[in-house]
Design a protein around this ligand. Sequence first.
Ligand code: HEC
Length: 153
Amino acid sequence: MKADWPRAYRSGEHWAAGKDWPKWKSFVTGPYIADTHGGRYVVNLANKIAAKVYGQFGKLKSMPPGGTIVKPSFTVGMDGKARPGPLFIMEKMTRGWNAETHDWRYAMILPGGKTYGVTKGVNSRGMGFCQECHAGAAENDMLFFADEEFRTK
Ligand code: HEC
């Protein structure tokens, strides 16, 4: 699983789906089930820019441009085997990039590397539901964070 997982998204139409994300800093103590992301197991990993502020959790006021968080997901079948689910991505773009999403670029890459959607790219309208829900976290620049019990200290 560990070996295949990162490879699953590589052909996705977002740079963050490349090979580096498994080395990004994790802000969870382990995978947890995200009801809001299809009831799959997920983790939250931040690139260098995002990692500087993502750990502020509820105190975070704004994510600097370039800050990117990936949320790889997986399911576990009745056979006990883990299978990759979509890779969810949030990338903070430069100011003024897209007022509708508060300059966040959302992306969802399916296992196998097909791009389900990217804000202002492939199936942009189909990604509206990401922002609609994330807008509920406006006071933290659209970020929700894992429940407290799963956060790194
Ligand atoms: C129904 C609400 C909802 C929808 C729809 C939703 N999210 Fe989320 N998202 C959350 C919540 C709540 C969290 C934090 C808890 C968790 O992981 O479930 C989160 C966490 C994230 C994170 C980690 C950053 C953070 O907020 O702490 C990313 C990345 C993410 N979502 C991407 C996406 C993308 C991309 C889509 C659309 C394909 C999407 N989300 C759709 C509610 C939602």
